[in-house]
Design a protein around this ligand. Structure first.
Ligand code: DOR
Ligand code: ZN
Length: 442
């Protein structure tokens, strides 16, 4: 692989704390130099300050990042690839292409495939398929319980040896508190993170959207906030009991944010994520019975959305994850009650998150923390940020690029997004994984 110089970009890395104009030199897929530079104004001739730039050097590839922002490769710790089992919705290959297109160099894939990833052979299969996909790193998440049935624990030791980075029954809650306690103890023994889908199914009952006046008006059965919040409270208590690390998935309610804030203040091993739809939309998105806005947990009220934003701003919520959940028209072009839950997010997460930067909720440095550094730390990956010696995983963002979301241009196989037609600003222009360019935009 030819050495590459990523030249003149504003490099922001919440891990090393840098924010300024730097060149990054990549050799053999590794970052070998991060050096301060004074980028010449666009169009100017380069001075002799960087020898490689002064003289044409055919042995060096140059990527011009001037006017762009260069950040550590984005990591999505909550993606649903539908392979094995539902390849008509997404394959590992198309999911990885969608990730690269959205600026993600790494993704974690949830185990609710068919068969479920609750054993070594499924984990092996996913990793084998991922190794021949476009180059985006795939970290499988194993199931908490066999078959996601919530009755007996999956094979943690075997899955850990095969390469899972966490366990989760995502899509389903672990309703049995005793099983959840054992899962936390067992996972702790194997050094695995537990990612909890917090939902009390008896409270969800036959609800299909947020409970309240809007649901009543639409004639749809509602899901109360407490459906999520009581399980967040339970799992925090169980994390405290076991001393195990707990990560709360897709936080959507004000109450959950408050409980997590308090758990953190008490020093518990609790981290949390939310997804862009919870800070960008409210239950109003379903008023036209748009099934693309039907998701679990459901979109909530403006009060909840604002609490989620506040949780992101004050550090209560560590991570922004897409919860990319592809479904085909077969599952979505149905009456609201019957449609599947979930929406795709890999190709809109970054611009929707940049909107929070634009509106002053948090800084670009915070965005990098929530979309790369914190996920890497929570997943205990052995390379974090743009440090010399790390694999060259990075994303070049054009923060000023305005565009209209057009689901037909997505690399994902599915089109179930409620953001189609939205005008957004800022997107990934290049995604690099281990020195290899896996996506380049124009
Ligand atoms: O809306 C959702 N869709 N929520 C989940 O927890 C699972 C996901 C899926 O797999 O489709
Ligand atoms: Zn999910």
């Amino acid at each position: 692989m030819r050495p590459t110089r990523i030249k003149g970009g504003r490099v922001i890395d919440a891990e090393t704390g840098i924010d300024g104009l730097f060149d990054i030199l990549v050799e053999d897929g590794t970052i070998v130099k991060v050096e301060k530079t004074d980028a010449p104004p666009p169009g100017a001739k380069h001075a002799g300050q960087n020898p490689e730039l002064a003289t044409p050097n055919t042995a060096l590839d140059i990527i011009d990042a001037s006017g762009k922002v260069v950040v550590p490769g984005l990591i999505d710790m909550h993606t649903h690839l539908r392979e094995p089992g539902h390849e008509y919705k997404e394959t590992i290959q198309t999911g990885c292409l969608a990730a690269a297109h959205g600026g993600f160099s790494s993704i974690c894939c949830m185990p609710n495939t068919e068969p479920v990833n609750d054993n070594q052979s499924v984990t092996d299969y996913i990793l084998r398929k991922a190794s021949t996909a476009c180059g985006v790193r795939v970290y499988p998440v194993g199931a908490i319980s066999k078959g996601l049935r919530g009755q007996s624990l999956a094979e943690y030791g075997e899955m850990k040896a095969a390469g899972v980075v966490a366990v989760s029954d995502d899509g389903n809650p672990v309703m049995d508190a005793q099983l959840m306690r054992r899962a936390l103890e067992y996972a702790k023994g194997f050094g695995l993170l537990v990612i909890s889908h917090c939902e009390e199914r008896n409270l969800t009952a036959d609800g299909v959207m947020n409970e309240g006046a809007t649901a009543t008006r639409l004639g749809l059965a509602g899901i109360p906030n407490a459906s999520e919040t009581v399980m967040v409270a339970r799992d925090i208590a169980l994390s405290e009991l076991t001393g195990a690390r707990l990560h709360i998935a897709h936080v959507s309610t004000e109450g959950s944010v408050r409980l997590i804030r308090e758990a953190k203040a008490r020093g518990l091993s609790v981290t949390a994520e939310t997804a862009p739809h919870y800070f960008s939309l409210t239950e109003e998105a379903v008023i036209n019975y748009d099934t693309n806005a039907k998701v679990h947990p459901p979109l909530r009220t403006a009060k909840d959305r604002d609490a989620v934003r506040e949780g992101l701003a004050d550090g209560t919520i560590d991570v922004i994850a897409s919860d990319h959940a592809p479904h085909s028209t077969v599952e979505k072009d149905l009456e609201f009650d019957a449609a599947a839950n979930g929406l795709i997010g890999l190709e809109t997460s970054l611009p929707l998150s940049l909107k929070l930067v634009e509106t002053g909720i948090f800084s670009l440095g915070n965005l990098v923390a929530k979309m790369s550094i914190n996920p890497a730390r929570i997943l205990e990956l052995n390379h974090i940020g743009l440090k010399v010696g790390n694999p060259a995983d990075l994303t070049i963002i054009d923060p000023e690029k305005g565009f209209q979301v057009d689901a037909n241009t997505f690399r994902s196989k599915s089109r179930n997004t409620p953001f189609n037609g939205w005008r957004l600003t800022g997107r990934a222009m290049l995604t690099m994984v281990g020195g290899k360019v896996v996506f380049r935009g124009d």
